[in-house]
Design a protein around this ligand. Sequence first.
Ligand code: FES
Length: 497
Amino acid sequence: MSEMLSLTRAAKLVGATRAELQKHIQRGEMVAYDGMISVENLLACYPDAQLEDTAEARRVAQIKERAFGKRVFERAMPDAEVLAARLTELGKTLAYSEKQVEQFTLLLGRLWDKLAAMEARADAPSRQALAELKTWITREVEVAMEPGFINPLAIKDTVLHIITAQVTVLPSKHDFLVEGHDTLLEAAMRSGIPLNYGCSGGNCGLCKAKVLSGEVKKTRQHDFVISDAEKNQGYVLLCSNTAVSDVVIEAAVANSVQDIPFQQISAHVKAMGHINDDMILLHLQTPRTQRLRFLAGQSASLRVGQSFSAELPIASCPCDDRNVLFHIHRHNGNLFSDYVFEHLKQNETVEIEGPHGEFILHEKSERPFYFFAFDSGFAPIKSLIEHALSLEAENIHLHWIGSAQQNIYLPNIAHAWEDALDNFHYEEHVAGFDLRTVSGKREQALHKLLAQINAADIMLLEGDIYLAGPEAAVNVAEQYFLDKGLPKTRVAVASVK
Ligand code: FES
């Protein structure tokens, strides 16, 4: 029987996205059995798939690495012990296969002897039939043994099994690959799967999950104690274990903002830099024993100095480990903004509380994602896009509408996504007026701009719309899409000051 592959593994093998493979299945070009597809079927759709990674796969991996701030080589290979365990498994499979080949060779010899004995006793017509059977067997054996008969994808899959392991999460049926030194939790976060966790450091026990099958290995000692009874049932900490073989785990996944607890964390300023005179990029890092758990697109409250606080959208993705980014817009006279622009220093403590808000991605939607960022509304949109990229979303469009050109303050990020990804489309537009005050003629002008964008893209109204920016601008845009007949459930809105 042909080897069966999960969609995640198959996509990795041919350098495609899961969504692309799903389209082949929907069109009937590929057949899926219980979410698995055969190597032959995959090769029939991707006849040019080679042993090496495709350029596309490398490009996607690189953009994701850049987005998540990790170096490729740090993660390329698992540690020596995991590698040894996987090679041992592979060795066992090889030994088993060799034994089977030996048995089949013996069987073939015995079959030949048996045919010869039958031939000696047979009459003329039977001898003729036996001779034809022998000719057919000889030809089939020769064809089967011809060099190059091996499916290149099967070889690539074997190599992939050495450097990665697949994890299936039940009951949600999510799956993801564990690469290099990643723990199960890190790999899940990188793939955009919001498993339960707290500290990421083996202290809180919130990432405890049950291994149903497969082999895992501890990557660090942890302070949280798992009882012997639980150990015997297969419970492990996802933040302190990696996968040696393909594994199936039973673990809770956050499906809504209600599943994320409220948290208070003392972070420190890792870096801050002026993007322009009116905008600071604030990079906070949480302690080693605490991560901020949130869903992409949510906000958090920051408190600095003598309790100057503000609620701000998080401009990074939950997949980015201890790093939490914010875009701080200058508001003269606002105590929080003044403190950040005039006094905040590297390493200073910043209190984070949250997360807040329901501006999150409808992950299960199969419609294209259309993101509209108005001025600094790019912050939550950036978080959503990074998350969509980690989910390998099929079709992502970003329209960044600035009051003026300088309000489109990080175009290089959007251009980098566009350069690296075929499924990402970016356009920027300058409104020519302050998007914080939109009424009368300005409202008409914004309406006209949206109508132009709409006229140039017939798919826009087929998509899910995400709007973030000054309240006045997003209200006009929301009304524009509702008037076009889109239901409220497909127009998500976040007001950003
Ligand atoms: S023990 Fe806290 S997240 Fe794993």
